[in-house]
Design a protein around this ligand. Sequence first.
Ligand SMILES: Cc1ncc(C[n+]2csc(CCOP(=O)(O)OP(=O)(O)O)c2C)c(N)n1
Ligand SMILES: [Mg+2]
Length: 607
Amino acid sequence: MKTIRLTAAQAAIRYIAAQKNEEGEPFIAGMWAIFGHGNVAGLGEALYAARETLTTYRGHNEQSMAHAAIAYTKQLGRRRAMAVTSSIGPGATNMVTAAALAHVNRLPVLLIPGDVFANRGPDPVLQQVEDFGDGTVSANDCFRPVSRYFDRITRPEQLLTALPRAFRVMTDPADCGPVTLAFCQDVQAEAYDWPENFFDERIWRRRRPQPDEAELADAIETIRAASRPVIVAGGGVHYAGACATLKAFAEKHAIPVVETQAGKSALPWDHPFNLGPVGVTGSASANAVCEEADLVIGVGTRFQDFTTGSWALFRKRPGILALNVQPHDGSKHDAQALIADADVGLGLLSEGLGGWKAQAPDPGLKETWFKAADAVTAAPTVDDNALPTDMQVIGAVQRAARENTVVMCAAGTMPGELHKLWKAGRPGSYHMEYGYSCMGYEIAGGLGIKMAEPDRDVVVMLGDGSYMMMNSELATAVSMGIKITVVITDNRGFGCINRLQMGTGGAEFNNLLDHAHHVNPSRIDFVAHAASMGAEARKAGSIAELEAALAEARSAKGPFVVVIDTDPYPSTEAGGYWWDVAVPEVSERREVNTARRAYEKALKERH
Ligand SMILES: Cc1ncc(C[n+]2csc(CCOP(=O)(O)OP(=O)(O)O)c2C)c(N)n1
Ligand SMILES: [Mg+2]
């Protein structure tokens, strides 16, 4: 056997660069890195040597670098992914939140935190977490519950099995998620004689699991027996590339489709069978169809509480049929499972159903919904001096959007409002991280989306809270010459949580900056802040000025930030659904007691 002598870090990078997707592209499109103790000497040297085959990108925070990596793969429907390396200790634990985000959203990312010395010679090293009773624990053990595959590389030759395992997990549609290879720093630098064929190019095909015959037959029978079925389209529709098949399926069998946050844009907003967003942040049209359905056909959905109205939406106990590639998701809430790739599954179901058709949805439902939605997104009249609402901001962004625009967000007021109100034209035009709904995903995520699809216009929508939590990759976008448009709605605090607090009977407390402990009133200048990182930045004093700024953003070369003050109180009243948020059973506040009574009533109705 021919061998080649390389350090473990050099071998890892060489192997990573040789892994291709079925389109022949490198599966790992690049490595985000912040070096420090534990990765600069080993991995740093290897990445430098391999810079022509695997690009290294430098960010400003390990968590947000990983957000960029995760947004990249989400936007590409998991066809490609990115890697992120950190130092040991704080650099590593900074990535734990991002690992959880990828885990919840079933998105592949390769995390390579440095780890303590395997030989333990210099222990304890700088940043080493010392467990008094367990010599095998390091800070990286925090990654275990939030990785689909976790390994600690304590000998070079472990990579011979660990790396193929890592790629198997990242490219498997059912198991897909974050992989953490905690890489001991002495091992990174250690040389080994590697079999040369370990570095041969390898193609990782996307597996498209076929359904079990009996499960398929049962599913066809279940659908045939239904008279008012509804399809809940989740993120799996996008990841399976099943949008066109879903559209054909809905049309042929006259079954209405409703969309989750991850599923939105599977069907164009104005398609007659797209009844709109479902659940807590859903449209009245979609939720009305779900309430009356006798069969819910979940396609690629995790049935998260925002989708099911904490299951209250299905209180009439319709049958649940779950077409999912992952048995865990396909069996939730006693669902009848059809375990298969969404595209394959829908195709076979359609074949089996032949000419069978359900009753087409009432077009009046959508008409009524859009009347309500259009009213809240319309530009304010000229003599309206009130602060703009977030819904009016969405209207302005929508009017400025083009066919290739991607709107994105993760947390705050915007996800719910965008789910309800955004009119998504084509698959991939709506990018919402609402699995982990992680504040701070937005700017770095926008960067990742633009790296994935450079021809798209990327509009990042976020609140002042999310911006303050994590904004430094704006400077990365500036230095990489990456153009994204960032719209900051400044309502001076955590508006959506303030409303939730009020809705559960709470006093306005610790959410808006005015209601938080302070000596001086907040006077954050977001325009100056963004400009200080090199972005072009504007303040819009009105919706009309926002529209003008968005027009200006078109010709910007790099990131363009628009800040607009909005009213923290209003949200779209139309549509929506109950969400289970536990209200205190005893309280001195009358409002809490009232909210508790309403809560108990809602719980009774659900059960
Ligand atoms: C990392 C993280 N911390 C806390 C939360 C809980 N949370 C959700 S939205 C929100 C407030 C968001 O404020 P902002 O971005 O200003 O949006 P707004 O609701 O004011 O429009 C908070 C604290 C979260 N989702 N993520
Ligand atoms: Mg805010």
